[in-house]
Design a protein around this ligand. Structure first.
Ligand code: TXA
Ligand code: MG
Length: 334
């Protein structure tokens, strides 16, 4: 027993979580079955010991996440994934050596030791090796993987900075491990196999084309299906509280809503349109930079109590496809 367990038992004087850089403190919390928000290159994750049902249940409670929505397990390397899956094929090895550590999640046949709560009863488990120095060091200090969904209330915008986690979940968790701003900014690409055929379930900064090139195949993208393979495919997800519209017809859309208090996220240059607040997502016209800045800008506008947020769609190429996928989901039902 170390002194670090003591604070867990004390009442919280302040409703917000502690934001720390102390990796060993994060390990203490996780070892004792507590939640810790962790940085990754994509978005912040809400992590718990991936082998403990008691710890895992806290993730669902804190996020208000439906229990049928499975979790990604995070590992330090491919070798440590091996006991948690039934096979490591040649294709998996190739993808891992090309993209791990990095923003690629693989859906693989699960081994018995993976708790059902991780997979929501499915026979596949989602695994990835995140590319963030702080979390990699943390993972190396643990003898179990970390289950971690994005550290936001279910359905809301993912966090890309520690303050986002604190604002959204600070009253529900005790510790946020500070790894600065996430560098990729949108969630990992998810890839699985059906009857030996690789399929993309969620687009990300690693593109369908890049994966196709490594596998020497053209890949399919599965957007919707009768079975809910990945709730990230749900039509309303990644959504601000403020009504949000994604469009490539900025001028017209702003015109239609000019009677409202409006926020605008424009792609690469100021539009000159009359709105209450405009944020330009990338001065350089870089899709990578747009992805990196998108969620932080959405968080910022959502905090202003506006009546509508209008977002300019990205050019529909490369990472732009993943960005537009998120924009579509954040605006569909609002
Ligand atoms: O970049 C990311 O992937 C971030 C960071 C923290 O790693 N995580 C993340 O987790 O986005 P989450 O839970 O917000 O999104 C993961 C998606 C969910 O839509 C979930 O339903 C799907 O992956 N998923 C997880 N395990 C699955 C499984 N066994 N079968 C099908 N879908 C699965
Ligand atoms: Mg999420």
């Amino acid at each position: 027993m170390t002194i670090c367990h003591l604070p867990l038992l004390l009442p919280k004087f302040n409703s917000l979580a502690q934001i720390v850089k102390d990796i060993s403190l994060a390990k203490e919390y996780l070892d004792s079955g507590e939640l810790v928000a962790i940085p990754t290159e994509t978005v912040y994750g809400l992590a718990a010991k991936g082998t403990s049902a008691k710890a895992l249940v806290k993730i669902f409670e804190a996020k208000g996440r439906p229990i049928n929505n499975p979790l990604i397990l995070h590992f330090k390397d491919l070798e440590s994934v091996t006991p948690f899956v039934t096979t490591i094929t040649e294709e998996i090895r190739r993808l891992a050596s090309q993209f791990w550590p990095g923003p690629l999640t693989l859906l693989l046949p699960k081994a018995e030791k993976v708790p059902d709560m991780v997979t929501a009863g499915s026979n596949r488990v989602a695994v990835r090796v995140p590319n963030h120095p702080v979390t990699l060091e943390l993972l190396k200090s643990l003898d179990y993987p970390l289950a971690a969904p994005s550290a936001n209330p279910s359905g809301y915008i993912s966090p890309t900075r520690p303050e986002h986690v604190d604002t959204q979940l600070g009253e529900k968790i005790r510790l946020i491990l500070d790894g600065g701003a996430c560098t990729s900014g949108i969630e990992s690409t998810i890839l699985g196999w059906e009857n030996g055929t690789p399929i993309i379930y969620r687009k990300g900064v690693i593109t369908v084309e890049q994966i196709g090139e490594v596998l020497g195949k053209r890949l399919q993208f599965k957007n919707k299906s009768k079975v809910l393979e990945a709730p990230g495919m749900l039509s309303s997800h990644y959504a601000p509280n403020t009504r949000t519209l994604a469009t490539d017809q900025l001028k017209e859309t702003v015109g239609i809503h000019q009677d409202k208090r409006m926020g605008l996220l424009s792609f690469s240059k100021p539009t000159g349109l009359k709105v209450e607040r405009e944020i330009v997502l990338t001065q350089k016209g870089s899709l990578e930079e747009m992805a990196k800045n998108l969620y932080a800008a959405m968080h910022e506008l959502d905090a202003l109590g506006l009546q509508i947020i209008i977002i300019e769609k990205a050019p529909d190429q490369g990472i732009g496809k993943a960005i537009n996928d998120r924009l579509l989901r954040s605006s569909t039902t609002k």
